[in-house]
Design a protein around this ligand. Structure first.
Ligand SMILES: [Cu+2]
Length: 113
């Protein structure tokens, strides 16, 4: 793993684990349901951020290495399958924001050959 991403993921997981423990305590103490739900949503958002870090690492390492070696297709398929089970990893909820609105670029569906 790229050290920066590894440290980022580890830090975020540690925070999420601590947060989850406090939610568990809230359930044990029979705290107000909506308050528990809000805290659970926050834990889920933290885990989604870890997913995004892992995705960045995977694209930066495994996928780009495979593409450079001419063997990217299986990893792209594997990633698309994994993303079906990783709702919210794309910030807009399942669509690719880069293709829709690339910084300083043109969406690839707007490009004519
Ligand atoms: Cu990878």
């Amino acid at each position: 793993m790229i050290p920066q991403y590894q440290q980022d993921a580890a830090r975020r997981l540690k925070v999420a684990a601590g947060h989850l423990k406090s939610v568990q305590r809230m359930v044990d103490e029979e705290r107000y349901c909506v308050d528990v739900m809000k805290q659970l949503a926050a834990v889920q958002a933290s885990l989604t951020q870890v997913q995004q870090v892992m995705l960045k690492n995977h694209l930066s390492t495994c996928v780009s290495d495979a593409i450079r070696a001419g063997n990217g297709a299986p990893l792209i398929e594997e990633l698309l399958t994994a993303l079906k089970y990783s709702q919210g990893v794309w910030p807009t909820g399942g669509t690719d924001p880069i293709c829709q609105n690339p910084p300083g670029g043109v969406p690839h569906d707007a490009v004519t050959p």
